[in-house]
Design a protein around this ligand. Structure first.
Ligand SMILES: [Zn+2]
Length: 265
């Protein structure tokens, strides 16, 4: 009797987990603090180190989610370098989880600012939208939109995966904000609201002047066929991301947009 009852209970728990997962609402969240160790993130010589800010927001987010009863897995919880394939492997070992990667943006143009959120697979779109709406509503900065991009950690993860760029550290205003614990706490709280699928109280309209995709990110875009070389490539990501991201924009930006881009900058 007890045995069949426990089977029933575990079946019910499994059904609940399946339903939540089908709705894209995982109770296990893999938080990925971008960069770490020798990989500071950002552009060479960038004054504000990205890796510390991503870790701080990730740790704040962890505390908020744990207090809400979520199970939280950190791909890193200290200042260490974790290769991208390892981050993906960690994410993929938690079926039914969702993956949230935290970054800050950078650009050679100091005026570049705003929040942007990335996803790749369609099963990640609603989580991306929910996180984006909430982060934008809580940040006094531009809404750069939600973008679909084949970044390594979005493409190689087998669970809903989102990467949020919490503002430009190269922008004087956003950089100053990112240096304050209060603002990083607010970012973490807004990301948590997005994970909980809470409605955003107010969403700033998409930046009207924004006519092109930001060049200020720092992920290695690995084609499917070169996965076996990815470990080697990822370890060079910090040093080579600038050139790889330029190559990426050349290959993926439509000609029309590229033209506009040059006039904008
Ligand atoms: Zn980054």
């Amino acid at each position: 009797m007890n045995r069949s009852r426990s089977i029933l209970i575990s079946a019910f728990a499994g059904l609940l987990a399946f339903t939540a997962s089908a709705l894209g609402q995982s109770r296990t969240i893999v938080i990925d603090a971008g960069h770490g160790g020798y990989d500071r993130g950002g552009v060479p010589g960038q004054r504000i180190s990205e890796k510390d800010k991503t870790l701080d927001v990730a740790q704040r987010l962890k505390r908020i989610l744990q207090a809400d009863g979520y199970r939280v897995i950190m791909t890193r919880d200290s200042d260490v370098f974790i290769p991208l394939p390892t981050r993906v492997a960690i994410a993929n070992s938690y079926r039914g989880a969702s993956f949230v990667s935290i970054h800050f943006n950078c650009a050679s143009r100091v005026g570049a600012n705003g929040i942007e959120t990335y996803y790749y697979r369609s099963d990640s779109a609603s989580l991306a939208a929910s996180i984006h709406r909430n982060v934008v509503s809580g940040a006094p900065t531009e809404n750069r939109g939600i973008r679909r991009r084949g970044f390594y950690v979005l493409r190689r993860t087998a669970i809903p995966s989102v990467l949020v760029e919490c503002g430009f550290l190269t922008n004087p205003t956003e950089g100053r904000l990112a240096l304050t614990g209060d603002y990083r706490q607010r970012l973490a709280e807004q990301i948590a609201r997005g994970i909980r699928r809470q409605p955003a109280p107010y969403v700033r309209a998409l930046t009207p002047s924004l006519r092109s995709v930001s060049l200020g990110n720092d992920f290695v875009r690995v084609p499917a066929e070169s996965f076996s070389r990815s470990r080697k490539r990822s370890s060079k990501s910090a040093r080579t991301h600038r050139s790889s991201k330029n190559r990426k924009s050349e290959s993926s930006t439509p000609r029309k947009k590229k033209k506009k881009k040059s006039s904008e900058e």
